[in-house]
Design a protein around this ligand. Structure first.
Ligand code: ZN
Length: 281
């Protein structure tokens, strides 16, 4: 269940952009990479774009070892899974930052259709059923896209955190005061207007109108995951990440915790493996 694909120009497209913008469902390419850093680029199609019952996603074929290829579920061969009844979805989003193979939520790539199993879940949709409280995993780019369009999920959670009210967890940089961080980690977003290089090869992104001058730090060991050769190319993009408020009161910041825990708009493709800025590995 992946949110992201590439367009013909190699730019990252989010499934929410396809849904909201009425973009074609076909013509996209897989954004995954092999463990050696080869791009997959096989055709993928946007699925369930108009569904009220399940979250939309990109699906398609993949090269061997693609990071976004679906795995078979744990069920044994000859296993048709068990059926659950699902009603309309409530807006309950959890940040997903691992570019790892997915086991379809509803048993996609189930081994066989003949025998019931206990682990693979298949949904039977019923409009009269109560709204389901199923969490939807979404890439951070989907959160950023939603924030930029004034949508906040009713409830939201960090990868390992509890569900909170979306408006409490997802905060524009201008509102990200020290007091808002009292409960721990926040999802913060804003527009990059400048940058500073840090002593250990990192990049501090300066956000427009941020409370207390809050910045977003990309540490030196993460910088190579983002294929922008020059830090100045971050300027003008929106960025979203999450974490605690670090640094001094005079220069607070949130440090990007892992490569896919930063999203940009216009999008920046996150590499599976870091490279030096000149393109070498
Ligand atoms: Zn792929």
């Amino acid at each position: 269940m992946h949110d992201e694909a590439l367009n013909a120009a190699g730019e990252v497209i989010n499934i929410t952009q396809v849904r909201r913008g009425g973009l074609p469902t076909k013509g996209w390419r897989c954004a995954g990479e092999s463990p050696h850093g080869d791009q997959c680029l096989r055709p993928v199609t946007a699925c369930a774009v108009d569904s009220k019952f399940k979250a939309p996603y990109f699906a398609g074929s993949h090269i061997d070892g693609c990071s976004r290829r679906s795995k078979r579920s744990d069920d044994k061969p000859g296993d048709r899974g068990y059926v659950t009844t699902a009603g309309p979805r409530v807006s309950q989003w959890r940040v997903s930052v691992d570019d790892s193979p997915s086991i379809g939520l509803s048993g996609r790539r189930r081994p066989d259709d003949a025998v019931p199993g206990s682990r693979t879940q298949r949904s039977s949709f019923d409009r009269a059923a109560p709204p389901s409280e199923v969490e939807e995993p979404h890439a951070l780019s989907a959160f950023l896209d939603a924030a930029l369009h004034g949508h906040t999920p009713e409830r939201a959670a960090l990868p390992a955190g509890p569900l909170r009210k979306g408006v409490d967890l997802i905060v524009a940089a201008a509102d990200a005061s020290a007091a808002r961080f009292d409960d721990g980690e926040l999802i913060v977003w804003g527009r990059v207007v400048a940058f500073r290089e840090t002593p250990y090869g990192g990049t501090m992104l300066v956000l427009d109108g941020a409370a207390d001058g809050l910045g977003v730090l990309i540490k030196g060991d993460l910088r190579g995951y983002y294929p922008l050769a020059d830090d100045a190319e971050f300027i003008g993009r929106y960025v979203m990440t999450y974490g605690r408020r670090l640094g001094s009161d005079a220069r607070p910041y949130v440090a990007v915790p892992k490569p896919r825990a930063a999203a940009f708009s216009p999008t920046v493709h996150v590499r599976a493996l870091p490279r030096h800025r000149d393109g070498s590995k």
